[in-house]
Design a protein. Structure first.
Length: 238
């Protein structure tokens, strides 16, 4: 009985060691980062513009802004802009303080008037209309330009293309490294997706009257990366 127990323990130990060796082989892995980049011509733009007015009374300043912004919105709708592509971003009212007054002289700053503003985001789906639309809002009364950004309508399609490129790049890198290490590339064990976005906004500035304002959309540069983990296999002996 004692001999059988010793024999069983030896067999169990051998099986355990074999299992650990197999597990050790499974831990041979390689991690790479695949990158995908895509330059896309934009097909739409978002303009953020505004109207700012000053008056001695708060209600007068707000009324002046409302009148001018109503004219801007009416002009845009008259030009065929969908109401769904117009969105009010911010409405504000601030006091205007006098520049005179100090603690030394004993005089205090006083409110001399009020400044009211209304900011509007406008989506232009036809870039050929971008310059004329900017001229249109200027003529209608807009006097503040908060920014211009370009984009693409079908961003998911762009992301799909970048993911495909990033995964292909990861596989290429993994194959190259495995070959250099004289190993065989095994299956993918894990993929982590990292969206890096893209787009180029313009600086805010005060709007000035312009005739046929030139706008160059250029290209939007998007990038995407994935982290991939592969098994590394020992090549079979010939």
């Amino acid at each position: 009985m004692k001999t059988k127990n010793v024999l069983f323990a030896a067999v169990l130990a051998a099986c355990t060691m074999g299992g650990l060796a197999a597990a050790g082989e499974d831990l041979r892995q390689i991690t790479v980062t695949g990158e995908g980049q895509l330059a896309v011509a934009p097909d739409q733009a978002v303009i953020t513009l505004g109207v700012t007015k000053e008056a001695s009374e708060a209600d007068a300043a707000m009324a002046a802004v409302s009148k001018e912004m109503s004219a801007v919105v009416a002009a845009l709708r008259g030009a065929g802009i969908d109401p769904a592509d117009l969105q009010t971003r911010q409405v504000s009212l601030q006091p205007i303080w006098s520049k005179t007054g100090s603690l030394v002289s004993g005089t205090a700053h006083k409110i001399t008037g009020f400044s009211a503003s209304n900011n509007l985001a406008l989506k232009v789906r036809n870039l050929d209309q971008l310059g004329p639309v900017l001229d249109l809002v200027l003529e209608a009364g807009a006097n503040q330009f908060q920014g211009l950004s370009f984009g693409v309508a079908d961003l998911e399609e762009v992301k799909d293309q970048m993911r495909n490129a990033a995964v292909a790049d990861g596989i290429r890198k993994a194959r190259q490294l495995a070959k250099a290490a004289q190993m065989v590339l095994g299956p993918v064990r894990m993929i982590s997706d990292h969206d890096q976005g893209g787009g180029r906004p313009m600086m805010a500035m005060e709007m000035a009257r312009s005739s046929a304002m030139p706008i160059e959309a250029g290209e939007l540069n998007y990038s995407h990366s994935v982290q991939m983990v592969f098994d590394l296999l020992v090549p079979e002996a010939e």
